[in-house]
Design a protein. Structure first.
Length: 46
């Protein structure tokens, strides 16, 4: 029983960390896209 609980907690922790990295990466991608749009808009404006 103890082995099962330990394995479940370790699996949950691993999945949680993987999800954080995925969301963080998606946030960086969206931020990069926003900067590209802003830069393009500034170039057109000038």
């Amino acid at each position: 029983m103890r082995k099962t609980i330990t394995l479940t907690v370790a699996l949950f922790a691993g999945l949680t960390l993987a999800a954080c990295n995925t969301v963080e990466g998606a946030g960086r991608d969206v931020s990069s896209a926003g900067k590209a749009v802003t830069n393009t808009a500034q170039d057109v404006k000038n």
